[in-house]
Design a protein around this ligand. Structure first.
Ligand code: NDP
Length: 340
């Protein structure tokens, strides 16, 4: 059983020396617990925050201990009612090969799941419970529909648009009647994918020129919704293009996660007064009441192919750290997954 420990709190970009892959015994299974052999691990941008000591919405990872994260695995031993060997479960003890956990912290997924999830298991592989049908999918759904109060006819701009959350935001907006969807991403290949495969009306590579100019060109009549995954000059550009009664959902600010000094704020906030604009941060954890509605609506889109998704799959527990760093670098298209 190999597991990843945090040895020291990274300053700036995380370095390999801040972590160790440690050999540990397979954990013992207590009464009411299940032993899970993890099959898919999630690596996510928010984990950078948990590597720091700063107080945040999720407690910092403890030094010298195994890190945590979303994971899907197979129950190989059960001392809990309702869970059988062979069941697949979603849980929160990732960054390791084997996990023993209280059954109340495991959610059944896949073919053996409670039949409330009415999606064809063939069409929705287990890894999707970490991505398009999981936490990042719900983030897109709740942030767009609830926080940004999306309505039919809106012009929507999303940054990080080829990533797990962003690619879903743009497609849900299209499926729900946006008049125009614009995305930004960090490579020409990703931009091509957005327009040619995901049906975005326009997209641009933020590395090819100033974001504000590229956004004005892509949205000549302005934007009604900005879904922010990035912060920095993307947020500034979005405020500059905001229409009357525009809404900005602050989901993430990946451009500043490795900063050692606070980043400067947008200079043009006064535009929120002219536009009666609203800017609001949100956390997916506050929106799990939408989960059943989300699965019911988005599940069939995923199964039918109306909503497309990509996963970047890295193999082997030993490559989990590099997969995580890859998310910060932009190596991924769609959800970054580690397959064990
Ligand atoms: P992604 O799959 O989008 O991966 C992150 C992407 O960010 C990379 O692929 C990279 O793509 C892009 N990126 C990295 N650095 C920069 C930069 N300096 N400027 C612009 N883009 C950059 O991750 P997720 O979909 O999991 O998360 C997206 C955002 O949503 C993150 O900010 C995350 O923290 C946030 N989030 C927030 C939640 C909440 O509850 N509020 C829940 C889940 C996620 P590229 O090649 O395009 O640069």
């Amino acid at each position: 059983n190999r597991e990843w420990h945090l040895l020291s709190r990274p300053v700036g970009w995380p370095k390999p020396e801040d972590f160790a892959l440690v050999e540990a015994p397979v954990p013992a299974v207590g009464e009411g617990q299940v032993l899970v052999r993890n099959k898919y691990l999630s690596v996510d941008p928010y984990m950078r925050g948990r590597m720091s000591a700063a107080k945040s919405y999720a407690a910092p990872f403890e030094l010298g201990k195994v890190m945590q994260g979303g994971a899907v695995g197979e129950v190989i031993e059960s001392r809990a009612e309702g869970f059988a060997v062979g069941d697949h479960v979603l849980h929160f003890l990732g960054w390791r090969e084997y996990a023993a956990l209280d059954a109340k912290n495991a959610v059944k997924v896949g073919p053996t799941a409670v039949p409330s999830v009415k999606v064809d298991p063939e069409a929705v592989p287990l890894s999707t419970y970490l991505g398009v049908l999981g936490m990042t999918g719900l983030t897109a759904y709740a942030g767009l529909l609830r926080t940004a109060s999306f309505k039919e006819g809106d012009v929507v701009f999303v940054s990080g648009a080829a990533g797990a959350v962003g690619s879903q935001v743009g497609q849900i907006a299209k499926l729900k009647g946006a008049s125009r969807v614009i995305g930004s991403a960090g490579s020409d290949e990703k931009v091509k994918l957005l327009v040619e495969e995901y049906g975005f009306d326009a997209a641009f590579n933020y590395k090819s020129g100033p974001v504000d100019e590229q956004l004005r060109e892509a949205a000549p009549d302005g934007i009604d919704v900005y879904f922010d995954n990035v912060g920095g000059d993307h947020l500034e550009a979005a405020i500059g293009s905001l229409n009357l009664n525009g809404r900005i959902a602050i989901c993430g600010m990946i451009s500043v996660y490795n900063n050692t000094e606070p980043a400067p704020g947008p200079k043009n906030l006064a535009r929120l007064i002219q536009t009666r604009g609203r800017m609001e941060g949100f956390l997916v954890g506050d929106h799990y009441d939408l989960q059943p509605q989300f699965v019911q609506e988005v599940g069939p889109w995923v199964a039918s192919g109306a909503l497309k998704y990509r996963e970047t799959v890295v193999e082997g527990v030993e490559n989990t750290l590099d997969a995580f760093l890859g998310v910060l670098r932009g190596d991924n298209t769609g959800k970054m997954i580690v397959k064990l």
